[in-house]
Design a protein around this ligand. Structure first.
Ligand SMILES: [Zn+2]
Length: 115
């Protein structure tokens, strides 16, 4: 069964939701504040991929060999931006701000809690 991750723009909390089937409509609710207004997060951290694969799929030039994709702050949020674009959606302002903050070196609270 797939597990989807949702970000609550209201309180910035990530919720993991187990989905019985990909065809079942997902009723996601924020575990922290109960909001139903959640944004699906698509594999922001691809732990199962090698550093090299992530670089290749990103289409970004790899500036130094072996450099971890996510260690370059300019790549933070790039896959999320790409997904929103692919789906033809506007990225919510809260997520834009979160990505911007992360690029400037500040980890979002929801990620900090997981570290
Ligand atoms: Zn919430």
């Amino acid at each position: 069964m797939p597990i989807y991750e949702f970000l609550c723009p209201r309180c910035n909390t990530l919720s993991s939701i187990l989905v019985k089937s990909v065809t079942t409509p997902v009723t996601a609710q924020c575990a922290a504040c109960g909001s139903h207004d959640l944004v699906r997060v698509l594999s922001r951290f691809a732990y199962h991929k090698s550093t090299q694969t992530i670089w290749e799929e990103s289409g970004e030039p790899q500036r130094s060999p072996g450099l971890d994709y996510y260690k370059d702050p300019r790549n933070i949020g790039r896959s999320t931006e790409k997904k929103f674009k692919e789906m033809g959606l506007d990225m919510p302002e809260s997520i834009k701000n979160e990505i911007q903050a992360a690029r400037e070196g500040e980890l979002p609270k929801s990620i900090k809690d997981k570290l």
